[in-house]
Design a protein around this ligand. Structure first.
Ligand code: PBG
Length: 321
């Protein structure tokens, strides 16, 4: 086996997997109002909450590095019980999507469709009096949010709420509102994960009570992840996401095999924070670690990688060639 490992040339000749920025999407947190400019996120060094014009500048930088797209998360000025700022045509995501598409038309803009950043209680759906999340009452609000994103210019909408039936509801509403060509990237296999901790700080979306285990998946369940993906395909999903990524490589592979659809892996906030913390303590070589992680996700079967490392990775990969 070692004959083909002897030189860089031989290793390159037989390398099975490629990694490049054209497969990467950079998540961004966009502020509806940004009086004080960019706001740092303590647990995610290098990532900031951005105002609209800063988001446009960030999008330009990403595009110049060859990154395929951005994924927008909104940080609203005000929250309410139903998360109504999620579908506000003047909301953070809507304004940023429009401004980025105008400034950098070739950069893909994906938007996260969920209510948790916009609700006072921080849950991903409508909360009943007893504290439970009402699946069916949430669907209409999600569909409305997705349409508002498409109308603002989003190229791809990505529902992350984990309500049953949301892909079908969003597909129907997009079609009837004239957005039949807008693809849905479904967060199909989204687990109730400790790895979202830093994101919740960044987006201010920690649930005020309880947790998300009644809608996000149990990390113990792999077959169920495949079922979720198949259901989303039946409802009209164009791409499937597995999230988190690092501890779920088996499911990136299984979902890809079962559906045949393009699969996106979300290298989430906690995965980013772990690498950054270890690297800043001098315990890990950041560059080598990040490139190994991203390559492993491609090897597992991810067509697309959503990662906070996208800009750094694009720079490092450009230096290598
Ligand atoms: C919203 C949403 C979350 C993430 C993406 N969309 C948080 C959650 O479900 O609590 C996590 C992303 C990350 O950790 O980087 N529902």
């Amino acid at each position: 086996m070692r004959r083909l490992r002897a030189t860089a040339g031989l290793r390159g000749l037989v390398r099975e997997t490629d990694l490049g920025p054209a497969h990467m999407v950079l998540p961004m947190f966009v502020l509806e109002t940004a009086p004080g400019g960019p706001e740092p996120i303590a647990s995610m060094p290098g990532i900031e909450r951005l105002g609209i014009s800063e988001a446009v500048a960030e999008a330009r930088t990403a595009a110049a590095l060859g990154v395929a797209g951005v994924m927008l998360f909104g940080v609203p000025a005000e929250k309410d019980e139903h998360g109504s700022s999620a579908w506000d045509p003047e909301g953070a995501v809507q304004l940023a999507a429009g401004a980025i598409k105008e400034a950098v038309p070739d950069l893909l803009v994906a938007t996260d469709v969920c209510l948790c950043e916009y609700t006072t209680h921080g849950h991903c759906g409508v909360v009943r009096e007893d504290g439970s999340v009402d699946n069916d009452a949430t669907l209409e609000l999600l569909a409305r949010t997705a349409v508002s994103h498409a109308r603002a210019g989003a190229d791809i909408v990505a529902p992350s709420d984990m309500m049953d039936g949301r892909v079908g509801a969003i597909r129907e509403e997009l079609d009837s509102e004239g957005f039949a060509d807008t693809p849905i990237l479904a967060y199909s296999a989204k687990f109730a994960s400790a790895f979202y901790g830093p994101f919740r700080e960044a987006a201010g979306s920690t649930p005020a009570f309880g947790d998300r285990r009644s809608y996000q998946m149990d990390p113990a369940n792999g077959r169920e992840a495949v079922r979720e993906a198949i259901l989303d395909v039946e409802e009209g999903a164009d791409m499937i996401m597995v999230k988190p990524a690092l501890a779920y490589g088996d499911l990136i592979s299984a979902v890809k095999q079962a559906t045949g659809l393009p699969v996106a892996a979300y290298n989430v906030s906690g995965e980013y924070a772990m690498v950054k913390a270890a690297a800043s303590a001098g315990h890990l070589d950041e560059r080598a670690t990040v490139l190994e992680i991203l390559m492993s996700l491609r090897r597992a079967g991810a067509d697309t990688i959503i990662t906070y490392h996208a800009k750094d990775a694009a720079r490092w990969l450009a230096e290598q060639t």
